[in-house]
Design a protein around this ligand. Structure first.
Ligand code: ADP
Length: 422
């Protein structure tokens, strides 16, 4: 009984010869009963029930054998399936991307650690809709049931913006229909963000170049036409054209510096440089601008030399950009303080102005390329919107960083922090 209703592979193997033998004996007995009845050796009233019983026994014997064989095969198959499913679960857990395994009834069989990070708690052995309610996933599963792999994108806006590439693949173990479905999700958020930044960057750079170019072409036309014979206008327009040409040159120069620094970001410069002497040079170079703006530069050195490992030209660019910004945007404060000091293992160059300061919402974005608090003000001051982006990249290459503090109405402090040369 047990062997039939719940046969193991071994039971079913031992049962097959027994059933075959039984069937043979019943068959021989049936043939003997028919012959005996036909020959008149036994009375038909006895022969007929005997024939009927033996016939039934043979039929039942066949059925029992057939049933036990099917059950055994099913059992062997489901033992295989259980094994294979366990292997599939182990494979899912080894996949580096977020992956889920779902059965034909849309129940979650397994998920890996990245999937738990993506979907929160994974409710295995329960409907997938309790783990994720995204309609696209459920639709893709329904389509994949016919055996076709599904690829689609998921864009999320809340709670955070996220882009996922999703892939649903049916898995078939010996059946025609898929037993399981593998769902794999690739987080493309970072890639999309970088892609967007690149597109925005090209658009911004083109726009920044197009503006002075349009102005130049306009003045060329004016000088060739209406102002052809007007020496005063010509003098004035040529001055403006010169400024626009310089603006384009500065922009191209900053763009090229930025891409050069980005290329060598992983290479930390090794020459020992005195940051204090770099700050002195920057102040000397900016003395004419300070005079023009009516601002006094006060340089304070808390130590003698302040050695860092660096590239002198790049560090000079950092000091110049910070001091120049303080002179341009904080001119109203009439004073700029440049301080050189140490803090732990770091050398610090701080530039403080006493101008209008910067509202807190702008602070985190100031080092983005082309980000300006006031675009017009930056342009009239000859700014490219790339200065602080350059400072940030140069400091990153020197394994340092930039901090910005400001109290609106009281001024701003920009501090470059670089590890000291040991
Ligand atoms: P820009 O070429 O426009 O000066 P930067 O990247 O150097 O570009 O600076 C970005 C923006 O940060 C400036 O346009 C300005 O709005 C703001 N900024 C920089 N330094 C100061 C400062 N010391 N005080 C106020 N605003 C500043």
């Amino acid at each position: 009984m047990n062997t039939v209703s719940n046969p193991g592979p071994r039971d079913s193997a031992s049962m097959a010869p027994y059933s075959v033998r039984g069937r043979w004996l019943a068959g021989i007995a049936l043939a003997a009963a028919i012959v005996a009845s036909a020959a008149g050796w036994i009375h038909p009233a006895i022969a007929l029930p005997v024939i009927a019983i033996l016939g039934t026994l043979i039929a039942v014997g066949y059925r029992v054998t057939a049933v036990s064989g099917t059950a055994a095969r099913t059992q062997v198959l489901s033992a295989d399936s259980a094994n294979t499913a366990a292997q599939a679960v182990a494979i899912v857990q080894a996949i580096p991307e977020a992956a889920l395994l779902v059965d034909r009834q849309n129940r979650l069989v397994a998920g890996n650690v990245p999937a738990a990070a993506l979907f929160g708690r994974l409710r295995t052995n329960e409907a997938l809709s309790l783990t994720t309610r995204k309609p696209q996933i459920l639709e893709a599963l329904a389509k994949a049931a016919s055996g076709d792999t599904q690829n689609f994108e998921i864009e999320e806006r809340v709670p955070v913006e996220r882009s996922l590439d999703a892939h649903v693949a049916p898995i078939v173990f010996g059946h025609e229909k898929p037993n399981l479905f593998l769902l794999v999700f690739r987080d493309r958020t970072q890639e999309r963000r970088i892609e967007k930044m690149r597109v925005d960057f090209v658009a911004n750079a083109s726009h920044e170049l197009r503006t002075p170019l349009a102005s130049l072409s306009g003045f060329i036309e004016t000088l060739q036409g209406p102002a052809k014979d007007d020496p005063a206008a010509r003098e004035k327009f040529l001055g403006i054209m010169g400024d626009q040409a310089k603006r384009m040159a500065r922009l191209i120069d900053d763009l090229m510096s930025l891409s050069r620094i980005e290329l060598s970001l992983h290479l930390q410069p090794q020459t020992v440089i005195d940051l204090a002497s770099v700050a002195d040079t920057a102040c000397d170079l900016l003395a004419p601008l300070a005079k023009e703006q009516g601002v006094a530069i006060d340089i304070k050195k808390e130590t003698g030399r302040l050695d860092v490992r660096g590239d002198r030209d790049e560090l000079l660019r950092v000091a110049e950009n910070l001091i120049e910004n303080a002179l341009k945007y904080g001119a109203i404060g009439k004073r700029v303080e440049v301080t050189l000091h140490e803090e732990g293992n770091d050398a610090l160059l701080s530039v403080r102005d006493f101008g209008p300061g910067i509202a807190p919402e702008h602070l985190p974005r100031l080092t983005e390329r082309f980000y300006r608090v006031d675009v017009e003000r930056s342009r009239t001051q000859g700014g490219t919107g790339l200065g602080l982006a350059l400072v940030k990249h140069i400091l990153a290459r020197h394994r340092g960083r930039l901090t910005i503090e400001s109290v609106p109405g009281e001024g701003a402090v920009f501090t470059a922090r670089i590890p000291r040369a040991q």
